[in-house]
Structure formats: structure tokens, C-alpha cells
Design a protein around this ligand. Structure first.
Ligand SMILES: [Fe+2]
Length: 316
């Protein structure tokens, strides 16, 4: 049926613009009974719609995005978290961490938790070795430090949760060749705020590239390497929990971390130590590496870690 000129003019006047649609959706989202949703969803909708307008998003591209997210879900399991990897590689994780975990000037800064953290790492005494396979895990490392308040007073009884990869760059929960909880442990500081453990020197490693997040990196002509780092969570009653990483200072990927986690205060130097008797006492080979770091905590409330990957099959 053909419209009359008058009817066509009326229809055009009544047609909603994309901005009208945005206003309708924002209005619909603003009536949620959940206070946080009332704040988050209208903003999310506005940004999504503005994004679609800005890039002139095409229906085929919207469908491709839908397929991409479907693949992210399909490749994920209890040990593989593709959406988190995507958040990491797009820098969203670091934006959220940095905005939500502000610390006092000079205090220990946050970085990404990463997808391989496991809660419940074994509590170990000072001086323990987190490596359960010796040489197979990598070059021996003596990691020591002090946990202090902003005035430099020791924080006794702070928990220092440490985890890392073996020399091949794999975490135990994605590597069937490693024992359960290998290279993970939680040590407490003594009355003088000190702790020390043995582990292995970190190496650079690739984030998984066999899924949609990795494919997207290559499509953007980006690499998928992370500079060598050891993961650390420091927590103590009366202080903000800090989830972070310490980065090796001579790593070639320091300025192009695939997940943008590097901050200058988190770059550390490892010394090589030639001390046969110290190595013998620790049951490791000489020479070994030594890392020491002072963790200054910001007063505040301790917070639980928001995520933990379980044990699982090799996927990385
Ligand atoms: Fe890592």
C-alpha cells in the first residue's frame, strides 16, 4: 500500500531517531529496584549507543560481536576465563584496579590479579621453598621483604600471598605436569615485618592466544606477551589489601605488557648471588637470584579477592 504524501510526512515526524531510542532505553533502565543497577545500566546503555553511533556499527558487525562473545563463553571453564583475559588485554582491568584501589603516595600499588590466582594457597613458614620440583621449575630465587606502614613501622602478621609460573611460563593449574599448588604459597610477616621464601625467577610468558581474545590481539597487530613478574597479594588487618605484581627490570616486554599491568614502582631488580653455603642451607643450586622489596601499606579496610581460578586442565 502506498502512503499518501501527508501520511508519509506524519510517519517521518513520528519516527524515532536513534537518540530517541537511547532515551527510551535509559528511561526503562532507570526504574530498577536495585540501586547499583539504576546507576550502572543507564550509563552503560548511553555509552554503548554512543559507541554504535560513533563507529557507525553495521548489523553484520553486531552479529560478529555476538559470535565473538559466544566463543569467549564456549572456551571458558573453571580454570580458563576468556572474558577476564579480554578485560585484561583491553586495559579495562587496569582501569578498574587503578580507579578502585587508590593508595597513598609511595605506598605499594596495585596491578592485575590475572586469571590464574587460586585462593587457599598453602600457608608456609618463613624460609620455605614454593618450588616442589627444584631445577625443573626454574632458576632458584630468594624472595624477601618487609611489610611496613606509611610511617615505616613494621606490620607484623601481614599475609603475603605469592604465586608464579615455572620456567616454561605456565601456572600449575593449567599445567598437568606440575604438582597441585606448585609455586604458590602464603607466608606471614614476623614481628619485624619481614618475610622470606624461596621460589624461581619469573620469566616472560604469553597469555593464551588459542581463543577469541588472543585472536583479537593478533588482528590488532599486538603481541600476547607479558613481561616476567611475580604475583603478590599483601593483606593485614587495618590496611588496604593490595593485589599486585613485581616486574623484572630487564624484561624486553616491560614497555608493551599485553595487559598494561606495569607501573614504575613495581619494577624490581634481581641480583645474582654466588653463595654456596647459603644455597646449600636452602637446598638449592648456586648461583641463585635474590629479590627484596618493601611493601608500604595504606590504612583502610581489608578486602576479599574478587576472583579465584580453580585447578583445571591445560589450556594455556
Ligand atoms: Fe601472571
Amino acid at each position: 500500500m502506498r502512503l499518501t504524501a501527508e501520511a508519509a510526512a506524519t510517519a517521518t515526524a513520528d519516527s524515532a531517531s536513534s537518540e530517541d531510542i537511547t532515551r527510551s532505553v535509559v528511561t526503562a533502565a532507570a526504574s530498577s529496584r536495585d540501586e547499583r543497577l539504576r546507576e550502572v545500566m543507564p550509563a552503560l546503555i548511553r555509552h554503548l549507543h554512543d559507541f554504535a553511533r560513533e563507529v557507525r556499527l553495521q548489523p553484520g558487525e553486531l552479529f560478529a560481536a555476538s559470535q565473538f562473545f559466544t566463543e569467549c563463553g564456549q572456551i571458558s571453564d573453571h580454570a580458563r576465563h576468556e572474558f577476564l583475559l579480554l578485560s585484561d588485554t583491553l586495559g579495562l582491568t587496569m582501569v578498574v584496579d587503578t580507579e578502585s584501589a587508590a593508595v597513598a603516595p609511595g605506598a605499594f600499588e596495585s596491578s592485575v590479579l590475572g586469571p590464574f590466582y587460586r585462593a587457599g594457597a598453602p600457608e608456609v613458614p618463613s624460609g620455605a621453598n614454593l618450588s616442589r620440583r627444584g631445577q625443573l621449575d626454574g632458576q632458584p630465587l630468594h624472595f624477601s621483604g618487609r611489610v611496613l606502614d606509611l610511617a615505616g613501622h613494621p606490620v607484623s602478621g601481614a599475609a603475603v600471598d605469592i604465586w608464579g609460573t615455572d620456567a616454561t611460563g605456565r601456572y600449575e593449574n593449567v599445567d598437568p605436569d606440575q604438582p597441585d599448588m606448585n609455586l604458590r604459597g602464603r607466608v606471614s610477616t614476623g614481628p619485624d615485618g619481614t618475610f622470606d621464601v624461596w621460589s624461581v625467577k619469573p620469566v616472560s610468558y604469553p597469555v593464551p592466544a588459542d581463543g577469541p581474545a588472543g585472536r583479537l590481539l593478533y588482528q590488532m597487530d599486538r603481541h600476547n606477551m607479558r613481561p616476567a613478574h611475580v604475583h603478590v597479594i599483601v593483606s593485614a588487618p587495618g590496611y588496604r589489601t593490595v593485589v599486585s605484581e613485581l616486574f623484572t627490570d630487564d624484561d624486553p616486554y616491560l614497555s608493551s605488557d599485553a595487559v598494561f599491568g606495569v607501573k614504575s614502582s613495581l619494577i624490581v631488580h634481581y641480583d645474582q648471588v654466588f653463595d654456596e653455603s647459603a644455597a646449600e642451607r636452602a637446598g638449592v643450586r648456586s648461583p641463585f637470584w635474590s629479590l627484596t622489596y618493601e611493601f608500604l601499606l595504606t590504612p583502610g579496610a581489608t578486602t576479599p579477592v574478587a576472583f579465584s581460578a580453580g585447578p583445571g586442565p591445560a589450556t594455556a
